[in-house]
Unconditional design. Sequence first.
Length: 154
Amino acid sequence: MTLTRRSFTALVAASFAMPALAATEPRWYNDGGDLAASGRDVVAYFGLRSGDGVKGSAEFSTMHKGTTFHFASAENLATFLVDPDKYAPRFGGYCAFAMSNGYFAPGDPDAWSVHEGALYLNVSKTIRARWALRRASHIASGDKNWMTHFPGER
């Protein structure tokens, strides 16, 4: 699918028409399943420079805040267990750009970035590039929106 200026404008307009955050929204985006980051190994992102996320395995899995996380190795699982909040995607795995604008959108585990020791997912690689242009501002807004609705969680 080619993203034209007209289709992008329609996408942005539709996204702003989405409902604002509500405390009843799920806290983890699971892509309709039970797996955080669609089964990608969240610890592996911290060693990557680019590319798609590394698929995890049910053999190396754990539950964190009611969601199943898969890992590519026992070592990555052990690393996660020491400090799960350090490695879990920010904003519950929802799109960081959407969260900065006050709404939920799915996070694509292949549209990721690690910034200042935190993992962020975006709805697409195109949106990830837009988010990166004003990353600090988007993170601050996303933090405020997330904390307003889910106090005490990151």
